[in-house]
Ligand binder design. Structure first.
Ligand SMILES: Nc1ncnc2c1ncn2[C@@H]1O[C@H](COP(=O)(O)OP(=O)(O)O)[C@@H](O)[C@H]1O
Ligand SMILES: [Mg+2]
Length: 568
């Protein structure tokens, strides 16, 4: 065991002290199977049919080898050509059947695999969309993407090709061992001596392979994260002259990934010759015993050759075990990473009998709300925005203003205290109806990649082109609605992007509107230019304007100040 430990230390991937993406918690194979089985379940019949085809293939191989024995004993040894033709015909038809079976097997496996991946991916994506934005922002998006692609693919490989291979190996074991005993039970018993050393070798190898596979999956996440971050922040990277540093970061992670790959290769590469040696020892033993059996008339020459052929074919699944192991561990590691995503529980959930609020009159109220992230942000904040009123909420940066906005649309729930819409605790309303009634203009005015019109109509895809144009006119944006906004709205100026977001809120026509720093980052002139459209969209609804711009705050009917986690 000491030797094994030392060996595993030298084979294992290098340690990584600065883990950008932490390893997901390890899971038992059984709990992984239990977790993912429901996704494969609808396709179980086809899948079983595929496995049956896979299991039938070794039977064909067994018969083929048996025919080979007949060729030696009935055609070659007596030099009788006439005996060849029926055997040749049998061989040809077997080959044809084998080809059909193997095509069917692979096609079905791929079909089931695609379906399986599709439904797992849909489930994970659905789950991610239920998580509150803060929870998702804590994760590196590149890593999440890698979990949705590479890790899922690894699970698919396990469930389909790897499992088919395992079934095939088991079937081969049964058919071939049966054939061995049919040919000569004494020799067959003798050839079993190689099993214990083979089993030991496979076990030792498995441990190492699992470690390498986990590291490989984790590294693929970090590589994804570095790429995604650098690409999403090209402008920042270039202005900070940080290309070299990003390059180095990618290189470090990519080298880690290839080191993990090599570690896996070393393990597999060492396993193959060990198996070969054990196998060779077995074959030599059988040759010696076989010569004796041949001389004593216990076995024909064809029989001995067939015996050796079966034996070498029997070792094949063992050698394939390397591949099987790799995919099992790759899949386990991938599954761990996918399960970790699925196990992230949303903090905000809709109550079972939540009420559907058709249209609120629009009274937003916070009652003694306490909320803490790591530190306390709100400590007993109370606030009322009556229907139709325009209230400005100001306060220093970090006072908790955006937190109030997030609480109102349930991106967060209060630790203590309640938030009410029309007198209903917002936790008693369906999330959809709450968010239909409370429009939130986020601080950074996010846009999707598309045209201005796509963005304005995002919350109401059924809006007509005329509706869109009218909403844009109110905000005073004099750009063609067909103008593309570019990735993250980078083809628009800050003021233009905010007007697009305002037009979207206007189109949503919610009775409560919350604007989080609608003029943040704009110069005084651009900010001033937004006052008129702001007033226009605030008309006839309860509006909470979060701002620390005094000029903008003056546009409101009432100004309240957030300080020390409370409203003064
Ligand atoms: N996702 C978060 N995780 C941890 N702390 C946060 C998070 N968002 C905000 N905070 C902290 O909570 C406090 C209030 O934040 P915020 O409501 O955004 O303030 P404001 O909008 O008034 O500038 C700040 O101290 C901020 O650092
Ligand atoms: Mg803020």
């Amino acid at each position: 065991m000491r030797l094994l430990d030392r060996l595993s230390a030298s084979l294992a991937p290098a340690a990584d002290d600065d883990q950008m993406v932490a390893a997901a918690p390890a899971q038992r194979v059984r709990s992984i199977l239990r977790r993912f089985w429901p996704f494969a379940r609808p396709y179980r019949k086809r899948w079983l049919a595929g496995l049956a085809l896979a299991a039938a293939l070794p039977a064909i191989e067994a018969v083929e080898i048996w025919l080979f024995k007949s060729v030696v004993d009935d055609v070659l040894v007596p030099a009788d050509l006439a005996a060849l033709w029926p055997l040749a015909a049998a061989m040809a038809s077997l080959a044809l059947v084998g080809a059909l079976l193997s095509f069917g097997d692979e096609y079905i496996a791929t079909w089931v695999g695609e379906r399986f991946t599709l439904s797992v991916r849909a489930k994970v994506f659905d789950h991610l969309q239920r998580l509150e934005p803060d929870a998702l922002d804590k994760r590196r998006h590149g890593d999440v993407l890698s979990r949705l692609s590479g890790d899922l693919h690894a699970i698919e490989t396990l469930l389909l090709s790897a499992l088919a291979e395992a079934v095939q190996a088991a079937a081969r074991l049964i058919f071939f061992v049966g054939a061995l005993f049919l040919l000569s039970w004494k020799l067959a018993l003798a050839s079993l001596v190689v099993i214990p050393p083979l089993w030991l070798a496979a076990r030792a190898f498995g441990r190492l392979a699992r470690r390498a596979a986990r590291e490989r999956r984790r590294r693929s996440g970090t590589v994804g994260a570095v790429l995604e971050e650098a690409l999403a922040n090209t402008a920042l990277v270039q202005t900070a002259n940080a290309q070299g540093r990003e390059q180095a970061r990618l290189k470090r992670e990519a080298e880690g990934a290839s080191e993990a790959e090599l570690a896996g290769m070393r393990v597999a590469g060492l396993f193959a010759p060990v198996i070969d040696m054990i196998e060779l020892a077995g074959a030599i033993l059988i040759l010696a015993l076989g010569t004796w059996a041949l001389s004593s008339g216990d076995l024909t020459l064809g029989g001995l050759l067939a015996f050796l052929a079966y034996l070498s074919q029997l070792y094949r699944p063992l050698r394939d075990l390397t591949r099987l192991y790799t995919s099992v561990f790759e899949a386990t590691a991938g599954a761990e990473r996918v399960m970790e995503l699925l196990d992230t529980q949303p903090r905000v959930v809709e109550r079972p009998h939540a009420r559907e609020l058709t249209r609120a009159t629009g009274r937003l109220e916070l009652r003694g709300v306490h909320f803490s992230y790591d530190r306390q942000a709100l400590a007993g904040a109370s606030l009322v925005v009556p229907p139709g009123r325009f209230v400005a909420l100001t306060g220093a940066s970090g006072a908790g203003k955006s937190t109030v906005a997030k609480l109102a649309v349930r991106f967060l729930d209060p630790d203590v205290g309640t938030v009410h819409l029309d007198g209903h605790d917002v936790r008693d309303l369906t999330l959809a109806s709450l968010r239909r009634n409370v429009a939130l203009l986020l601080q950074d005015a996010p846009v999707i990649d598309g045209t201005i019109a796509d963005n304005v109509a995002y919350g109401r895809p059924d809006a007509s082109a005329e509706d869109v144009r009218r909403a844009l006119a109110v905000t005073g944006l004099d750009l063609d609605p067909a103008t593309p906004v570019g990735q993250k709205g980078r083809a628009l100026s800050g003021g233009q992007r905010r007007r697009v977001a305002m037009a979207r809120a206007l189109l949503q026509d919610a009775p409560v509107l919350i604007l989080d720093e609608p003029t943040a980052g704009l110069d005084a002139e651009a900010a001033q230019a937004l006052v008129a459209p702001l007033r226009a969209i605030a008309r006839d609804r309860a509006t909470l304007l979060i701002t620390h711009d005094p000029v903008l705050a003056q546009a409101a009917d009432e100004v309240v100040v957030l300080d020390g986690g409370r409203v003064r």
